[in-house]
Design a protein around this ligand. Structure first.
Ligand code: NZQ
Ligand code: ZN
Length: 385
C-alpha cells in the first residue's frame, strides 16, 4: 500500500427530514447565499424545507447554475456574493450546483482573474467561503469531496480543480429528495459512481486489500441496487443505498494508498464539452473501450474484478478478462446507458477533434502510469466507435 494522508471534514446528515438540521449547522448570524439550478428544487419541496430551516437568517439567492456549470455564470454568482457580503454558501441540487458552489466559494475570495483557479487546478486557492449542500442527485460524490469541474463553453474547455478549502462543511442526503429525478438522471447516478470506483480500483495491485474489498462492495451494491431503483421509483431503501454508494465512491476513502487512473473521466470531459453528452453518458462509452485497450496493464486487477465482482471463474485468463468487460457493458446497457459513440451519432470524424482538445488541456499523460498518450486515447476512442 502506498503512503497516504486522509482527512475528510464533511459532516453527512443522512435521511428523510434531515434538511431541517440545517438550522443547527449554519451559524445563526450567517449571511447566506442559496445557490441552485434550473428550479427542480422548487418542484419537490426542497426549496420550502430549506427556507424553513434557514429561519430568519439573511438570505440572498442565486438561481440558474447550469448542468455542467458555466464559468461566466459562476463568476456572476461570486460577484453577487461579494456585493451582498455573503458569509456562507448553501448549494441545493446535483453535482453541477455543488461543483459550481465550490468555484463560487473560491472565486469570491480570489484576487485577479478567476480563470487562473482553473488553470492552476485550484492550487492557488488560499481562501474560500464556507459552504454546505443539500444533495438532490446522487452521482458525482461532490457532496463529500473537494473536487469540482467547471465548463467554459466559449473555448470548449471543461476542467477540474480541487482544494482542501473546498470540502462542504456539511451535506444533507435525504433520499426522498431524489424521487423526482427523471430516468436519465437516475441512470447517470448509477453509472458515474460505478466508474468512480473503477478508476480507483482497476489499476494494478499494491496490496491494499481493504480498499479493494470496499471498492468491490460499492460496485456490488450498485449492481444490486441500480436496476431496482430504476424499476421501483419511490422505494426509500433503494434510493438510500444508491445515494450512499455514490458518496462512498468518491469521498477519498477507497482511493487511500492506491494508484488512480481517471483517464476515462478526462476523455469523457472532452466529449461533454464538445458534444454535450451528460457526464455519465460519456463514461459508459469510454470505460469499456479503455479497459479493452489497456487490458495488458490492468491484467491482474481485471482478473480480480471479473471474479470478485461478476463471479466469473471459468475460461482462460483472457476469456475471463473479456467476460468481465462484457459484463460491465451489459450492466450499463441494462440500466439504460449506451456504450458506443455511434449511439450518440458520433463517428470516427470526431476522434481527431477530441484528441486536439485533450492535447490543448495537457491531458497527454493520463492513467495510473501516465502512459495514456494521445495515441492511446485515439485507440480507446476507436474502440468506442
Ligand atoms: O438544475 P436543476 O433544475 O436542479 O435540474 C437538474 C439538472 O437539470 C436535475 N436535477 C437534480 N436533482 C433533481 C433534478 N431533477 C429532478 N429532481 C431532482 N431531485 O438534474 C439535472 C442534472 O444535474 P447535474 O447536477 O448536472 O448532474 P450531476 O449530479 O450528474 O452532475 C454532473 C456534473 O458533475 C461533474 C460533472 O463533470 C458534471 O459537470 N462531476 C463532478 C465531480 C466531483 N465534484 O467530484 C466528479 C464527477 O466525475 C463529475 O466530473
Ligand atoms: Zn464522474
Amino acid at each position: 500500500m502506498k503512503n497516504f494522508s486522509f482527512k475528510n471534514p464533511t459532516q453527512i446528515l443522512f435521511g428523510e427530514g434531515q434538511i431541517a438540521e440545517i438550522a443547527n449547522v449554519i451559524p445563526a448570524d450567517a449571511r447566506v447565499m442559496l445557490i441552485y439550478g434550473g428550479g427542480s428544487i422548487k418542484g419537490n419541496g426542497v426549496y420550502g424545507q430549506i427556507q424553513t430551516a434557514l429561519g430568519d437568517r439573511i438570505v440572498t439567492e442565486f438561481a440558474g447554475v447550469e448542468a455542467n456549470p458555466e464559468f461566466t455564470t459562476l463568476c456572476r454568482a461570486a460577484d453577487k456574493a461579494r456585493e451582498h457580503n455573503v458569509t456562507y454558501l448553501l448549494a441545493a441540487g446535483g453535482g453541477s450546483v455543488i461543483d459550481g458552489t465550490k468555484f463560487i466559494a473560491a472565486a469570491a475570495c480570489f484576487e485577479g482573474d478567476p480563470w487562473e483557479i482553473m488553470l492552476k487546478g485550484g492550487r492557488n486557492i488560499e481562501q474560500a467561503l464556507p459552504f454546505g449542500s443539500v444533495l438532490t442527485l446522487p452521482a458525482t460524490g461532490s457532496e463529500m469531496n473537494s473536487g469540482s469541474v467547471v465548463n467554459r463553453s466559449e473555448i470548449k474547455a471543461k476542467l477540474p480543480f480541487g482544494s482542501p478549502l473546498c470540502y462542504p462543511q456539511f451535506s444533507v442526503l435525504d433520499p426522498t429528495t431524489t424521487y423526482t429525478l427523471p430516468t436519465r438522471q437516475i441512470i447517470n447516478g448509477v453509472v458515474d459512481p460505478f466508474v468512480h470506483v473503477v478508476e480507483q480500483y482497476l489499476t494494478y495491485p499494491v496490496g491494499a486489500d481493504l480498499q479493494d474489498r470496499m471498492a468491490e462492495a460499492v460496485l456490488s451494491s450498485l449492481i444490486a441496487t441500480g436496476p431496482k431503483a430504476l424499476e421501483f421509483r419511490d422505494n426509500y431503501e433503494y434510493r438510500a443505498n444508491l445515494m450512499w454508494c455514490a458518496t462512498m465512491a468518491l469521498n477519498g476513502l477507497i482511493g487511500c494508498g492506491v494508484p488512480q487512473d481517471w483517464s476515462t473521466h478526462m476523455i469523457g470531459h472532452e466529449l461533454t464539452a464538445l458534444y454535450g453528452l451528460d457526464h455519465a453518458q460519456t463514461l459508459a462509452v469510454v470505460l469499456p473501450a479503455n479497459l479493452r485497450i489497456r487490458k495488458a496493464d490492468k491484467r491482474e486487477k481485471l482478473l480480480q474484478y471479473a471474479e470478485r465482482v461478476w463471479g466469473i471463474t471459468t475460461g482462460t485468463e483472457d476469456e475471463r478478462i473479456e467476460q468481465g468487460i462484457v459484463a460491465t457493458e451489459q450492466f450499463f446497457q441494462k440500466v439504460g446507458a449506451p456504450t458506443r459513440l455511434r449511439d450518440y451519432q458520433l463517428g470516427d470524424e470526431v476522434i481527431g477533434t477530441i484528441i486536439k482538445q485533450l492535447e490543448s488541456h495537457q491531458m497527454v499523460k493520463l492513467g495510473e502510469k501516465r502512459d495514456v498518450t494521445p495515441e492511446v486515447s485515439t485507440a480507446i476512442l476507436r474502440a468506442a466507435l
